[in-house]
Design a protein around this ligand. Structure first.
Ligand SMILES: Nc1ncnc2c1ncn2[C@@H]1O[C@H](COP(=O)(O)OP(=O)(O)OP(=O)(O)O)[C@@H](O)[C@H]1O
Ligand SMILES: [Mg+2]
Length: 240
């Protein structure tokens, strides 16, 4: 689905990503781990082309995103990719519901009715129905993060990108978000998430370990069951 070919990225002559290559297959669940400052967020934003790369290319279903005209790229991102950030970036002057439907209204691909219906279904599924009219500041961190997932899903994306989706959540709220991600992936959604929590990465089928802007190691898990212990062991070996 996505082929990342030797991408590099530098800021002020400082190399942040260095020749990174890998592939995301449809239905994959990719976890991205690594020390703080190693380039995980930069990698996520580069693949999704929210940020340009200095070298290499990103092919999305064979199409070179680095060469796509900006207008087309924006639409591509809006309709094919969903994003969830560490601190749910929701607009404070809009209700939760209106925040969720906003990317749908901007995409203008479907009627408002269809978008609203999908938003309601998503909210129900994420167990936050009833919070439609609340202000962003009137819900818990976990509820807000689940609302962000609804928003990311509003245009039926083909891939969901998440940057530390549980970074600000307590253990129970983390479990809820994890259960949702697992469910979505079982239904076929392709997921790529940055996380520093082994508990989150243990849900992935493939984990990339980024160090100094490079993929220092990559592990694929063959079993479908939770592989937290296997992951812990791998991380221990990598960091000691
Ligand atoms: N816009 C920018 N301008 C200059 N340097 C940047 C910019 N964005 C990121 N960097 C630098 O690039 C490096 C990688 O940053 P990045 O945010 O990708 O790290 P990360 O692995 O996501 O870290 P964390 O786990 O702390 O979120 C860091 O050294 C950071 O200071
Ligand atoms: Mg980061």
């Amino acid at each position: 689905m996505i082929k990342v070919e030797q991408i590099s990225k530098s800021f002020n002559n400082l190399e942040i990503l260095n020749n990174v290559s890998f592939e995301i297959k449809r239905g994959d669940f990719v976890g991205v781990m690594g020390p703080s400052g190693s380039g995980k967020s930069t990698l996520l934003y580069s693949i999704s082309q929210m940020d340009s790369v200095s070298g290499g290319r990103i092919l999305f279903e064979g199409r070179n995103l680095s060469e796509m005209p900006e207008v087309e790229l924006s639409e591509f991102r809006l309709t094919k990719m969903g994003f969830v950030f560490q601190n749910a970036q929701m607009l404070k002057n809009l209700s939760i519901f209106n925040n969720i439907i906003l990317p749908g209204l901007i995409a203008k691909k479907e009627t408002v009715h269809i978008i609203r219906e999908r938003a309601s279904k998503l909210m129900k599924r994420m167990e936050i129905e009833g919070l439609e009219e609340r202000d962003v500041r009137e819900v818990s961190g976990g509820q807000l993060q689940r609302a962000s997932i609804c928003r990311a899903m509003i245009n039926n994306p083909e891939i969901l990108f998440l940057d530390e989706p549980t970074g600000a959540l307590n253990s129970a709220a983390t479990d809820q978000v994890l259960a949702i991600l697992e469910d979505l992936n079982h239904e076929g959604m392709t997921i790529m998430t940055v996380t520093h929590e082994p508990r989150v990465a243990a849900k992935a089928k493939k984990v990339l370990y980024i160090q100094d802007g490079q993929i220092a190691a990559c592990k694929e898990f063959l079993t479908v069951t939770d592989h937290e212990r296997e992951l812990d062991k791998w991380l221990m070996e990598l960091t000691h």
